[in-house]
Design a protein around this ligand. Sequence first.
Ligand code: 4NP
Length: 155
Amino acid sequence: MKTKVLMVCLGNICRSPLAEGILASKVDGNMILVDSAGTAGYHIGNPPDPRSVAVARKHGIDISQQRCRKFSSSDFEDFDFIYAMDDSNYNNIVALARNESDRNKVQLLMKMADNGLSEVPDPYYGGEDGFEQVFDMIELACTPIAQNLNQHGRG
Ligand code: 4NP
């Protein structure tokens, strides 16, 4: 059975689609499934923000086929690791946890990067630069996650 990893932000159109695409590009898809979701339902069914699609494409990653969905408590059953982009996402996810085992699956993505930051900032209301910075931050965190997953099947 595949190890399943879920990336979660607020809208599931800017940060978590990038996180899904970046991590998926670094792991063996036969062993690891990567998905993403948002804690809010503003954009359900929509493709990622064009600025996220563009920055991913610049780095050789195609996220254009992803479609937005909302995080649900059933995701705790389906996924082994749930990475939140910021504190607010983390709190919203944990609020839906039904038990300790659910809670233990949730981590802040940036805890996996060794750069002293704990949150991936929301780039939605900013310029293109913000999307580049967000890409770099997510990539920094996804590198050790992918290494762990590829070596041990653990995030
Ligand atoms: P994301 O960014 O959480 O990284 O997908 C946002 C996208 C949309 C909105 C907020 C944040 N929004 O308010 O519509």
